[in-house]
Design a protein around this ligand. Structure first.
Ligand code: 1CP
Length: 361
């Protein structure tokens, strides 16, 4: 059993703080770059590893989660690691069955309904996620200070979507029905998820996470009116409560990234929630992002189209240069506009990282 507090003080010193500096609005030596879903299945060594271990076996076994987290760090000069896990471990900890189906993704065979809503078991949910904390503590040690380690969680709305739809969905019409037809119950569910998420990410920081990202991958199917009611207030509560709880626990504050995919309909409003970094997808031009965020105290993360990794090397280099030029090097973290695809060429990620680090800022 790893004793979290004791081992924490002994974490190796951080050698590359580029990403944390950019997140806090300080000037880094070079532009930081990492990639969403970088620990996943585009890596041949991960596919080999998956032959011997199921998805949730890896998540729940700290040694295995640690090994997979380090795979992209060994291969590439990335400026951050992200702990191997999934956003759906929260519904699982609340008592829902989550299966990972090859070629499909996550499936929840008994989705949430108005009738079974009361069965969600919030008591002890974060304790049941302690394995994530143990994986984080182990990985912090094994990283040996090379790069900072991200913890993460799904946002309330995105988790609500998976729980009601029973998996991924193109329209989220079942989950959105709750927003229009049963708003009171929707708020009850979002509040419950918010409370679990707060304690879950605070536990991750206690275990050694140096920065946190909240993934609101399903934000693109809402609009300003719906997100103002069902997204933003909960995201604000998460940011405020994490700050407060870290203070109460005498833990160091960590920067937080909000990635509300497709929520360009309220990018400026996102900047007022207290998150240090906002992730943006590739559908917004860098100049538009900077204009919408003018005067706001936030760093931007993004936004290369994940499909740009299929482009020939010279073209990819040109696209990266153009993106960096347009965002400018201040308060900027280079990333894709969404997770890397399973069939992305591994050489392209090498090109992306090298190109970014070769830029003088
Ligand atoms: O770098 C990493 O891969 C770190 C671990 C990680 C993260 C940050 C995984 C592993 N999943 C996630 C986040 C996650 N999971 C998100 C938010 C980011 C995003 O929008 O992409 C979402 C929506 C999920 C849900 C999920 N899990 C999907 C998407 C399904 C859909 O609706 O399209 C999928 C395919 C998974 C499975 C999964 N999660 C992670 C991996 C490596 C895999 C592949 C499964 C396997 O190996 O069998």
């Amino acid at each position: 059993v790893i004793k979290l507090r004791e081992t924490m003080s002994a974490f190796p010193p951080l050698k590359n703080d580029r990403l944390l500096r950019a997140a806090r609005g300080e000037v880094p030596d070079k532009l930081p770059v990492w990639v969403m879903r970088q620990a996943g299945r585009y890596l041949p060594e991960f596919m080999e590893f998956r032959k011997d271990h199921s998805f949730f076996e890896i998540c729940q076994t700290p040694q295995l989660a640690c090994e997979v987290t380090l795979m992209p760090i060994k291969r590439y000069d990335l400026d951050a690691a992200i702990i191997f896990s999934d956003i759906l471990v929260i519904p699982q900890a609340l008592g829902m069955v989550v299966e990972m189906k090859a070629g499909i993704g996550p499936v929840l065979p008994e989705p949430l309904t108005l009738e079974n809503f009361h069965e969600l078991n919030k008591t002890g949910a974060v304790d049941r996620l302690k394995y994530v904390g143990e994986a984080i503590t182990l990985t912090r040690h094994k990283l040996d200070g090379k790069v900072p380690l991200f913890g993460f969680s799904g946002a309330p709305w995105t988790l609500m979507g998976y729980m009601i739809e029973g998996g991924g969905s193109k329209t989220l019409s079942k989950a959105k029905k709750w927003l229009y037809a049963y708003p009171k119950i929707a708020h009850k569910l979002l509040e419950l998820l918010t409370e679990v998420i707060i304690d879950y990410v605070v536990m991750q920081v206690e275990a050694g996470a140096q920065i946190l990202q909240i993934f609101d991958s399903n934000a693109d199917l809402l609009n300003k009116e719906l997100y103002t009611k069902f997204g933003l207030p909960y995201l604000k509560k998460i940011r405020d409560s994490v700050r407060l709880k870290l203070n109460q626990k005498k833990l160091e504050q960590v920067p937080m990234v909000l990635f509300a995919k497709g929520a360009h309909y309220c990018l400026a409003e996102q900047a007022d929630l207290g998150y240090e970094v906002l992730g943006v997808d590739w559908t917004l031009e860098p100049q538009v992002v900077r204009t919408l965020l003018k005067g706001k105290n936030v760093t931007v993360q993004g936004n290369l189209d994940p499909c740009a990794l299929y482009a020939p090397k010279e073209e990819l280099i040109a696209l990266v240069h153009k993106m960096v030029e347009e965002f400018g090097s201040q308060r900027y973290i280079v990333n894709l506009g969404h997770g890397i695809y399973p069939d992305a060429p591994t050489e392209s990620l090498q090109t992306l990282v090298e190109t970014v680090h070769n830029i003088t800022i």
